[in-house]
Design a binder for this molecule. Structure first.
Ligand code: BGC
Length: 464
């Protein structure tokens, strides 16, 4: 009798928990057959742009942590990058930036988000390279001459080797070095550049570098991942406050860039799938969102990660929320002492070339999540890896539709930047992932606009 009662109670709690999760965290799906994606409106002054990052396009980034990473092997002597590829001269954007600005102009976008390569500007601690500073100055002038607004990212995954050797962002005391670098470049360019992104995707940097071990420094230490994430968030706040107090600071728009990826259960009736999803959502999305909203981080998962932190000046210290969105993930619980979930896909999924599906509804969900910070949102990255270019137009149309729907419902989204201007070095995946609006022939460095990108050009033209 007691046993029956016990089993009955457990079953009841299980059912209630599942119903609760199910209703509280619905996985949105729209009936695309009955949606007219041509019906889109954008607010006056909405900015259209495209984005790149230094290490992925410039070439010859030989003084940063990724250069060392690309040239190293893991403990089983396997290459770090798929098929031992190296970034090398990448798209030679360093030398071809003028031609590339013409390409930006041709598609009708008005904003270009690019990153400064810290390791080139400050190759040694405290020593700045004047020629490199001048180079970026010329890039900025060339953009402005063509009426394209420069949007600078101060940190996009790469660190100078000297900074990494000191422990990089693992150590809170190292943040000072990054702040100094940011102040120096801000003083150089802020009379001409008004839009600044501090840190690109702190959660991707920490999870990939310190949990999955796929990005440098290749560690697998969840607690260190969370510590590093916290330090990157603190870096954002410190840079934000430092730049705001410099000349041109008040008039500049300075924000953080966060990737949102929702983790949905593979089996919606399985409590273990729900639990791993709630944990990963909390770490990957919740930490940064809570930090930006209230300055607090509270994560308590015994034997996994623990972090309780309160900052007095972090809450709302960002002028905009830069949202990078690609897709969601379906997680299935698995018995494993380290990676206690696996990524699963459904037959109905239309996959991108990356290990995730096309999921425009997720952008709508992400905008809702980001709106909680109560700051203007800019979609600083969104795009598809599609080497044969047979899904790009559908991707662009549907994701932009999802964004326009959220704007119609009141979300304060001010801009959309497609990732990426051209094919480039996709980190651990090398050159196989083709995100570009422009296809790049890496033998000849020739660029050509993809057919699938034309829909983007049309949307921009129609919105004017
Ligand atoms: C990063 C980019 C990357 C893109 C596509 C984002 O997480 O900011 O550097 O190329 O995703 O994977």
């Amino acid at each position: 009798m007691i046993l029956a009662l016990l089993i009955g109670s457990i079953a009841l709690i299980y059912v209630i928990a599942i119903i609760y999760f199910h209703c509280r965290y619905p996985e949105l799906r729209w009936d695309w057959k009955n949606i007219n994606t041509k019906k889109m409106n954008f607010p006056l002054g909405f900015s259209w742009g495209t984005a790149t990052a230094s290490h992925q396009v410039e070439g010859n980034c030989t003084n940063n942590n990724w250069f060392l990473w690309e040239n190293s092997k893991d403990e089983n002597m396997n290459p770090r990058i798929k098929d031992s590829q190296r970034s090398g001269i990448a798209c030679n954007h360093w030398n071809k930036y003028k031609d590339d600005i013409d390409l930006i102009k041709k598609i009708g976008v008005t904003h270009y988000r690019f990153s400064l390569e810290w390791s080139k500007i400050e190759p040694e601690k405290g020593k700045y390279d004047k020629e490199v500073i001048d180079h970026y100055s010329n890039v900025i002038d060339s953009l402005i001459k063509e009426h394209i607004t420069p949007v600078i990212t101060l940190h996009h995954f790469t660190n100078p080797i000297w900074f990494d050797e000191m422990g990089g962002f693992e150590k809170e005391e190292n943040i000072d070095y990054f702040v100094s670098f940011c102040k120096t470049v801000f003083s150089e360019y802020s009379s001409r550049v008004k839009n600044w992104c501090t840190i690109n995707e702190p959660e991707v940097y920490s999870v990939m570098g310190y949990f999955a071990g796929i990005f440098p420094p290749g560690k697998k230490n969840p607690q260190l991942a969370v510590e590093t994430l916290k330090n990157l968030l603190i870096s954002h706040t410190r840079v934000y406050n430092a730049l705001k107090s410099l000349p041109n600071g008040k008039e500049s728009s300075i924000g953080i860039v966060k990737n949102i990826m929702q983790f949905d259960p593979y089996r919606r009736w399985n409590i273990f799938d729900w639990i791993v999803c709630r944990i990963t959502n909390k770490i990957y999305n919740g930490i940064a969102l809570s930090y930006l909203k209230s300055g607090t981080i509270n994560v308590n998962y015994p034997f996994f990660v623990r972090m309780n932190y309160k900052s007095d000046n972090a809450a709302l210290a960002t002028d905009f929320f830069g949202l990078n969105y690609y897709s969601h993930s379906h997680l299935k619980f698995k018995f494993d002492s380290y990676e206690f979930f696996e990524n699963k896909f459904f037959d109905y999924d239309t996959m991108t070339d990356m290990p995730y599906a096309i999921y425009p509804e997720g952008l709508y969900r992400a905008i809702k999540q980001a709106s909680k910070i109560n700051k203007p949102i800019i979609i600083t990255e969104n795009g598809i890896a599609d080497a044969i270019d047979d899904r790009r137009s559908l991707f662009i149309e549907r994701y932009i539709y999802a964004m326009s729907k959220s704007i119609k419902e009141g979300a304060d989204v001010r801009g959309y930047y497609y990732w990426s201007l051209m094919d480039n070095f996709e980190w651990a995946e090398g050159y196989d992932m083709r995100f570009g609006l422009y296809q790049v022939d890496f033998k000849t460095q020739e660029r050509s606009l993809r057919k699938g990108s034309r829909v983007f050009v049309n949307i921009i033209n129609e919105s004017k």
